[in-house]
Design a protein. Structure first.
Length: 364
């Protein structure tokens, strides 16, 4: 019997005609449902088990509480692992390496999953939470959803499938979002294809019971996907009342092989809107190495397959865990909360090319 306070609730919802819906609920509301390695492993096992069962018609992924679907990975646990290894001068704690490896395996499994997966991304959807949403066939948002890859603020990079998400966007939009960590609302996420449907925030808890009443077909993945599509169409409410923040982003020149020119063009956008200015402030204070990684990441992913993009991300993530910027960024933002990260390179123009490429060594 699973404890009610387990960090991941795994249940099977019986349906009216004898099928079941696999349900995964992130259940650590106090940390905005941040992912731990334990949760990732449990999700991998559950999805692998459900994959071969004909009676499992679809998967529903949600997060407990009104504030967040998932704010990302458990950054403090990753921080402790990175610091232990850096202090020892070798890997004495494999948590970070295992976390990134197994998180990306989970995301890839979801991307390629034969049964329809619906993720309800209400509230905060960032980092690894963004990765789970983007890996799902049905990416349901609410009018309170706020989506971002905010890794520029902690010395990481848009991961957990972030490369693949950004690849699908116009290059200038992808670069802006990756370099600034700017948040998207549901309206803009829908217009970019990041979200597939928007429903009212207050009805999200009633979705699973309603799904259980549908006429699912055992062993018929495409029929069940069509059924889910038709159901979501009845709930879909395009959020016209939300501002279109992307409209404030004018055309600007992005050169994925030239960080200095791209940064100059970006900072020339200062004053266009509060949304743009907040993003530029993130870039101004953020990790210069992350900015350089993002552009190289964008350049490389254009010719990659999905599997190759995850292999690239694993190489970058493990390198970030070995070097000081990630731990320092987490310290400044979340541990000491002094907001004064001492980055290895202090300015965007100072990051050596060889340093950037060292993050991609395993994917060259």
């Amino acid at each position: 019997m699973q404890a009610a306070d387990a960090p991941l609730l795994i249940t099977e919802q019986p349906t009216a005609n004898g099928c079941v819906l696999g349900s995964l609920t992130l259940n650590v509301e106090a940390s905005l449902n941040s992912l731990t390695l334990e949760m990732i492993r449990a999700m991998n096992v559950a999805l692998t088990n459900w994959r071969s069962r004909e009676d499992v018609a679809a998967i529903v992924l949600t997060g407990r509480g009104p504030k967040a679907f998932c704010a990302g990975g458990d950054i403090q646990a990753l921080y402790r692992s990175c610091v232990a290894n850096q202090q020892a001068g070798s890997e004495v704690d494999d948590y970070a390496r295992c976390f990134f490896t197994e998180e990306y395996q989970l995301d890839l499994l979801m991307h390629e999953y034969p049964k329809p997966i619906m993720t309800l991304g209400h509230g905060v959807v960032m980092g690894g939470g963004f990765g789970l949403l983007s890996a799902s066939r049905f990416r349901v948002l609410t009018e309170r959803s706020r989506l971002a890859f905010p890794e520029i603020t902690i010395g990481l990079f848009p991961d957990a499938g972030g490369s693949w998400v950004l690849k699908q966007l116009p290059l200038a939009v992808a670069a802006f979002l990756g370099l600034t960590g700017s948040q998207l609302n549901a309206r803009d996420a829908l217009s970019l294809g990041i979200g597939s449907h928007v429903i009212d925030h207050e009805v999200r808890d009633s979705v699973l019971p309603q799904l259980a009443e549908l006429s699912w077909q055992a062993g018929s993945n495409e029929a069940n996907a069509s059924l889910l599509e038709e159901f979501l169409a009845t709930l879909h409410q395009p959020p016209r009342q939300l501002p279109t923040e992307l409209d404030a982003l004018p055309e600007w020149a992005v050169q994925v092989d030239d960080l200095a020119s791209t940064a100059t063009a970006l900072f020339a956008l200062q004053g266009q809107s509060d949304w743009i200015d907040r993003g530029l402030d993130n870039l101004r204070k953020g990790c210069p190495t992350t900015a350089a990684i993002v552009l190289e990441q964008l350049r490389r992913v254009q010719t990659m397959t999905l599997t190759e993009s995850f292999a690239m991300e694993r190489a970058i993530a493990i390198r970030c865990a070995q070097l000081p910027d990630f731990a320092e960024g987490v310290r400044a933002l979340l541990i000491d909360k002094d907001g004064r990260a001492d980055w290895q390179y202090k300015a965007l123009g100072e990051v050596p090319r060889a340093h950037v490429l060292s993050h991609f060594a395993a994917t060259l």
